[in-house]
Design a protein around this ligand. Structure first.
Ligand SMILES: NC(=O)c1ccc[n+]([C@@H]2O[C@H](COP(=O)([O-])OP(=O)(O)OC[C@H]3O[C@@H](n4cnc5c(N)ncnc54)[C@H](O)[C@@H]3O)[C@@H](O)[C@H]2O)c1
Length: 361
């Protein structure tokens, strides 16, 4: 797939000439793939993915196609002996994602998932702070932005159960769910509520969820494609104080553990002493897809895992599936999810036997 994010992968590989050479491009759109090969001086352009997999000079592939193709294309590429960098979401269902991991393991090939926000230095800082200030008590994670109807109308696969496998959750918010679980860990229970408020599509454009963790911590997650100006904000309460993130990070460190202070303070309205800090965000050499592609390529060379290996991609897929399953069941669901129940639920959504709540469109 070379039109949308595929182009970003092409440019990332070209930005890393020491690490890899772009030997072929593939897209079902013949005119577009030929023009792409010409523009970027790529030796081969093909319209059949199988043909690409037969090329010996191809050692690794980027899968940049619509969601419903990710599993089959990744499995075929791994079985043909290629390393794979698959775009997010890894797959539509957790069962498909696990199958991809299993095939990669059997084939002895690297499977990386393109969650480039993991390379943002502030995410690394958040992970360090959460570890220092843990245990977690609560968080609120909001990522609300906007997509027009024209966006959904730009491709037949968009905004559909068969093609995209969902709406804002599986496409945009899956980035947040990946970071959320990377920073705070996987919950044990999910209470989700997804709906379509403003778009003429069958999938959700708005979703909320409450995550319950082992030990009792609670997290609230809100995502949507119906808001502008966009709101991106994470706030967390930990035993060591609070972390606020809205582009920059502010930390209020309590001088005593909150759990201890609550027990020990003799004062009716007592609060612990707090020290505010604004941690420095380190500069990084590579950003976005260049960082993700570089990491994937060097992981192959060094025989190590990429920063987001297939096993990690499974987790955000499971969280997306959990919010949808909880919505259709009307109650909380426990993790790990029943894989077959998820398969059936997505089949029923595709066939229109199950529907999400729909409002104004
Ligand atoms: N990581 C990110 O930030 C990011 C950003 C955008 C898109 N994506 C992901 O990338 C994927 C593609 O999204 P997009 O926005 O680029 O979509 P798109 O529709 O713009 O591009 C998909 C491309 O795949 C091609 N294609 C379709 N079927 C094919 C097939 N059988 N064989 C070869 N090519 C085929 C299409 O012709 C098209 O060029 C999705 O999984 C999306 O979620 C990720």
């Amino acid at each position: 797939g070379i039109k949308g994010v595929g182009r970003t992968h092409i440019e990332a590989v070209r930005a890393l000439p020491e690490e890899a050479e772009l030997v072929a491009v593939c897209d079902i759109d013949e005119e577009a793939v030929k023009a792409c090969a010409e523009r970027y001086e790529v030796p081969k352009a093909v319209t059949d993915f199988e043909e690409l997999l037969e090329m010996e000079e191809v050692q690794a592939v980027s899968i940049c196609t619509p969601h419903f193709l990710h599993r089959d294309m990744t499995v075929a590429a791994l079985e043909a002996g290629k390393h794979v960098l698959c775009e997010k979401p890894m797959a539509v269902t957790v069962k498909q994602a696990e199958e991809m991991v299993e095939v990669a393991r059997r084939a002895g090939r690297v499977l990386g998932i393109s969650f480039q926000h993991r390379f943002r230095p502030e995410v690394g800082v958040m992970r360090r702070l959460v570890e220092e200030m843990s245990p977690l008590l609560w968080f609120v994670w909001i990522d609300c932005s906007l997509r027009t109807q024209a966006y959904y109308d730009s491709g037949d696969w968009r905004g559909t159960w068969w093609g995209e496998g969902g709406g804002v959750l599986i496409n945009q918010a899956v980035h947040d769910l990946d970071l959320l679980q990377w920073v705070f860990g996987m919950p044990k229970e999910v209470l989700g509520s997804a709906a379509n408020l403003l778009h003429d599509i069958e999938v959700e454009d708005t979703a909320s969820a409450i995550f319950e963790y082992e030990g009792g911590a609670r997290g609230t997650f809100v995502a949507g494609n119906v808001s502008y100006p966009s709101v991106y904000r994470v706030q967390a309460g930990l035993d060591g104080g609070v972390i606020l993130f809205d582009g920059k990070i502010r930390v209020g460190r309590a001088k005593e553990r909150i759990s201890e202070f609550i027990k020990k303070s003799p004062e009716m309205w007592g609060v612990p002493e707090v020290e505010w800090e604004e941690p420095e965000i380190p500069e990084v050499e590579r950003k976005g897809h260049v960082a993700a592609v570089w990491d994937f390529l060097t992981a192959i060379k060094e025989g190590r895992e990429p920063l987001c290996p297939g096993e990690e991609g499974v987790k955000s897929t499971e969280l997306v599936n959990a919010i949808i399953l909880s919505t259709v069941k009307g109650g909380p669901v426990s993790l790990p999810l029943d894989r077959e129940e998820i398969e059936q639920t997505y089949e029923d959504l595709k066939e229109g036997k199950l529907r999400l709540p729909r409002f104004w469109a």
